[in-house]
Design a protein around this ligand. Structure first.
Ligand SMILES: *Cc1c(COP(=O)(O)O)cnc(C)c1O
Length: 381
């Protein structure tokens, strides 16, 4: 089956009790047993729940994998994946990760003796050099956030395999509609389904997906043991979201292209980060591993005063000033003071994340209105 059909049908059969076409919200904590210790079906909703199971099957199918464990947030999924490791293990990660991922690595897991290094993963030679005998996991985000660099998943996964390390790809920005990391050699895909998968800015949810039997078993064990599971209503919302993923992503991609092209020639704009430009340093890889360039665009201003950037984010009318991304509505934000403020300024600048950088999550409104809105806001700074 092709993507759109999978999105709408995978994991979702009519309810066997009523024929309901939509997956019911099984709002129950426990299930009646036929006899003690005869394990048949569901027993307790932290371990498993029918609405959650339908979502897990759906997300696994979209990534072309067998297994998925859903979590109460993207961070819950990331937390579970890191718990596959043990004290002394080394993780190699990108240097412009989602801020919350950087934070949990450094502020939570370093306390437990895990070690992390952050490098520019778009240079494969640097990845190779940074691998140590203790490296057990390579953590990839691509496109990266907020600089939209592209990492060669296949290349990095091959290096990881050679070193006996797992490759994890945070596929939140691209979604399986544009990029399928498991088919490129990744072991685990994580998602903040809060973003494009849910798609309507109305739910916080995460997922870890794998095709490997043993990893799946361990992830489900951690899911049940740590207990960061999503409620059935949240699973229902995410399932409703994935039904239109392919349609939404097409429009996100079209609109982002129109916005990026407008900004690229604007007199007040210094530089536009958009992987669909031929002059983007990783354009060739983006073209190879993605079927579209996504809905995210970031840019810097010629005026390098941080106050100009902050003002711009309050002058737009269609683009709303807010963190997060991937919803139907367009959002604008200032990474240095918002999503990436947990990075020390020095680390931030070193990784190329400048003070005037603005990030856009381009929604699925009419492209003309989006361009006009950015135009009027830029005029005012
Ligand atoms: C939002 C986000 C996360 C965290 O997900 P939550 O659902 O907010 O916990 C992780 N990775 C990326 C790339 C994100 O954008």
């Amino acid at each position: 089956m092709k993507f759109g059909t999978t999105a709408i049908h995978a994991g979702q059969e009519p309810d066997s009790a009523t024929g309901a076409i939509m997956t019911p919200i099984y709002q129950t904590s426990t299930y009646v047993q036929s006899a003690p210790a005869v394990h048949k079906g569901f027993d307790y909703s932290r371990a498993d729940n029918p609405t959650r199971k339908a979502l897990e099957k759906n997300l696994a199918a979209l990534e072309g994998a067998k297994y998925c464990a859903a979590f109460s947030s993207g961070m819950g999924a990331i937390d579970a994946v890191i718990k596959l490791l043990k004290t002394g293990d080394h993780v190699l990660a990108g240097n412009d990760l989602y801020g919350g991922t950087y934070r949990i690595f450094v502020k939570v897991f370093e306390q437990f003796g895990l070690r992390f290094d952050f490098i520019d993963m778009s240079h494969k030679d640097d990845v190779k050099k940074a691998i140590t005998p203790d490296t057990k996991m390579i953590w990839v985000e691509t496109p990266t956030n907020p600089l939209l660099r592209i990492v060669d998943i296949e290349g990095v996964a091959a290096l990881a395999k050679e070193a006996g390390a797992l490759t994890v790809v945070d596929n939140t920005f691209a979604t399986p509609f544009l990029q399928r990391p498991i088919s490129l050699g990744a072991d685990i895909v994580v998602h903040s389904a809060t973003k494009y998968l849910g798609g309507h800015s109305d739910v916080i949810l995460g997922a870890a997906i794998t095709d490997d039997d043993k990893l799946a078993e361990r992830l489900h064990f951690i899911q049940k043991s740590s207990g960061a599971v999503p409620g059935p209503f949240d699973c229902f919302l995410a399932l409703r979201g994935t039904k239109t993923l392919h349609v939404r992503m097409e429009r996100h991609c079209q609109n982002a292209k129109a916005v990026a092209e407008f900004l690229a020639v604007h007199l007040k704009v210094q530089h536009v980060n958009y992987p669909g430009f031929k002059f983007h340093p990783n354009y060739a890889i983006a073209e190879r591993q993605m079927s579209g360039f996504g809905g995210m665009v970031s840019f810097t201003l010629k005026n390098d005063d941080i106050r100009a950037a902050k003002k711009l984010t309050t002058y737009t009318k269609v683009f709303t000033l807010a963190e997060s991304l991937g919803g139907v509505e367009s959002l604008i934000e200032h990474p240095a003071s918002m999503t990436h403020s947990s990075l020390p300024r020095k680390v931030r600048l070193q990784s190329g994340l400048e003070d005037t950088l603005i990030r856009l999550s381009v929604g699925i409104e009419d492209a003309d209105d989006l361009v006009e809105d950015l135009g009027q806001a830029l005029e005012r700074i």
